[in-house]
Ligand binder design. Structure first.
Ligand code: SF4
Ligand code: SF4
Length: 66
């Protein structure tokens, strides 16, 4: 399971990048992307997705639909 960033909503503020415990969030062409291979939805620590907690934009970070 992984989260994804909706490119239509992301402002490129960068708030999400430093809070990811797995280093899964990187900047690309002015916006940010989540690597679905390393994103664990923060399940290992029993936490809610940390990126979701800090993102200031509603509906910007969503579950990746497989
Ligand atoms: S859900 Fe957790 S592991 Fe996945 S990108 Fe967000 S902060 Fe990183
Ligand atoms: S916190 Fe939200 S709006 Fe800001 S860069 Fe990350 S996904 Fe985009």
């Amino acid at each position: 399971m992984a989260m994804m960033i909706n490119r239509d909503e992301c402002t490129g503020c960068g708030d999400c990048e430093p809070v990811c415990p797995n280093g899964s969030i990187t900047r690309r062409r002015g916006l940010y992307v989540i690597d679905p291979e390393s994103c664990t939805e923060c399940e290992e620590s029993g936490d809610e997705p940390q990126c979701l907690l800090v993102c200031p934009v509603d509906d910007c970070i969503l579950p990746l639909e497989e």
